[in-house]
Design a protein around this ligand. Structure first.
Ligand code: GLN
Length: 489
């Protein structure tokens, strides 16, 4: 049961083989048993969760069920949910209770899905290993001594350990795709603007986007149908006609032009990852794809550009946590300025402070042109690289991350090594494009563990239905996505 897809579980609910209350209870029991170590969920509210399950059962009995009715979903703790503690992985919001629902929470609610609980994450979504959460690190279910990736590491570990059938994530520079890759899942970051950012705690607003993390592309398509859609409360939300993301799942791939960027297979890519990705490409050739060599010449600039722009936006977004309106306030202080300083010094962790300092610096008078403006110009060039590439191919493929899951603590003291985890994912956010990671196989670790490897699939703007088709076709002829870590039975 625990390894079934959303699609299969949905069919069982519709066919009354199981009730939502029973299904939800089964996952809650697993959370009780496995979460104390894995630490994927940081807030549970069983009464609330079970009352949603009862409501779902009523919807199903009344014949009012949707594809997701009754299915328990883990929600990244970056989404404000009414009545739920919402922390964004920070001490700053340790006791903050959501006064309203984020758009995405409302949408799942309207579909009759069940909120199983809030998942752990790097503090304010800054990180690639889930080691910066105030609520402790998360274990990778494939090897408990390794990181699950970040920042949506709690969601990734929860799905990998089968504590839920699917979860939500957010991706500013890779935070859906990289943990999906490290935990053997499917994860999709939609085109910027497709999913509303209303009620999603802001990190870098021009890059942040929410998306599904699940076992298969088919399940992600069902979730995309819920997540996407216009929201007037988010000024960057796109007013487009609603799409059905399942519509193209079964199209044959014959003639599909797959671009392989040479920069994604150059120095820096771990040989164990390269091998698995190459094997996946061979599989795509068998499915009828045509391989095209392409170049994304500004790839190397994406990390420096991101680490100017994202901290700049973060320094501005995080100025709201001043101890006045909500969030942590220092117990003892002198005047108002002292209250601001102490509250922020106590409430934020080291990585968040580093970003605020960098962001404030690059935006300061005298440096603005040299850093911020320059970075904006290069951002445009990076987007142009993709525009040119998509004249030659339909889809771009490559690795999601340069390595498999690394050991806990291994990169914790070396921010630059940590930032390099996103070398293949960040450009996609800078360009606003959709990107996805799917499980493509395993590589052995030096200590003999099987570690998942992700294949990244990048599409043109609004081409998510095709990306899901491309991923689904592969998942019909491989079984990487159905494999479970040992020891979580
Ligand atoms: N790892 C990147 C960072 O630390 C991306 C995070 C994200 O996508 N939220 O900023």
């Amino acid at each position: 049961m625990i390894n079934k897809s959303l699609k299969q579980l949905g069919a069982m609910l519709q066919g009354k083989e199981i009730s939502s209350v029973e299904l939800t209870q089964e996952f809650l029991n697993r959370i009780d048993r496995l979460n104390p170590e894995i630490n994927a969920f940081i807030t549970l509210d069983k009464d609330r969760t079970l009352s949603q399950a009862r409501r779902a059962d009523e919807m199903l009995s009344a014949g009012k069920g949707t594809a997701l009715t009754g299915l328990p979903i883990g929600q990244k703790d970056i989404f404000v949910a009414k009545g739920w503690r919402t922390t964004c992985g920070s001490k700053m919001l340790e006791t903050f209770i959501g006064p309203y629902d984020a758009d995405i929470i409302e949408r799942f609610d309207a579909a009759g899905a069940v909120n199983l609980g809030k998942t752990n994450m790097d503090e304010f979504a800054m990180g690639s290993s889930n080691e910066t959460s105030y609520f402790g690190k998360v274990q990778n279910p494939w090897d408990r001594n390794r990181v699950p990736g970040g920042s949506s590491g709690g969601s990734a570990a929860a799905v990998a350990a089968r504590l839920c059938a699917a979860a939500t994530g957010t991706d500013t520079g890779g935070s859906i795709r990289q943990p999906a890759s490290l935990c053997g899942l499917s994860g999709l970051k939609p085109t910027y603007g497709l999913a509303s950012r209303f009620g999603m705690i802001a990190f870098a607003s021009s890059l942040d986007q929410s998306g599904p993390m699940a076992k298969s592309c088919e399940d992600m398509a069902l979730m995309m149908n819920v997540i996407t859609g216009f929201d007037k409360r988010d000024s960057t939300s796109l007013n487009r006609e609603k799409e059905d993301y399942t519509r193209a799942l079964n199209k044959p791939l014959a003639g599909l032009k797959v671009g392989l960027p040479k920069e994604y297979f150059a120095e820096g890519l771990g040989p164990e990852v390269a091998k698995v990705v190459q094997e996946a490409i061979v599989e795509y050739k068998k499915l009828g794809a045509q391989i095209v060599d392409i170049s994304l010449p500004n790839t190397q600039l994406s990390i420096p550009v991101y680490y100017v722009l994202a901290p700049a936006e973060a320094s501005s977004n995080l100025s709201r946590y001043d101890g006045v309106r909500y969030g942590h306030r220092a117990k003892e202080y002198g005047d108002l300025m002292d209250m601001y300083c102490k509250s922020r010094a106590e409430g934020f962790g080291a990585e968040v402070k580093r970003r605020i300092l960098i962001g404030t610096y690059v935006l300061s008078a005298g440096y603005y042109d040299a850093y911020y403006l320059k970075a904006q110009q290069i951002r445009r060039l990076i987007a142009q690289d993709f525009e040119n590439a998509f004249k030659q191919c339909d889809i771009i493929m490559g690795p999601t991350a340069p390595s498999t899951a690394f050991k806990t603590g291994e990169k914790a003291d070396d921010p630059v090594a940590m930032y390099l985890q996103d070398i293949y994912t960040i450009a996609v956010n800078l360009a606003g494009l959709p990107g996805m990671s799917i499980p493509a196989g395993f590589a052995p670790s030096e200590d003999g563990k099987r570690l998942p490897v992700g294949l990244q699939i990048i599409g043109n703007y609004f081409d998510e239905a095709r990306m899901l088709n491309v991923g689904h076709a592969y998942q019909q002829v491989t079984d990487w996505h159905t494999q479970m870590p040992e020891g979580i039975e």
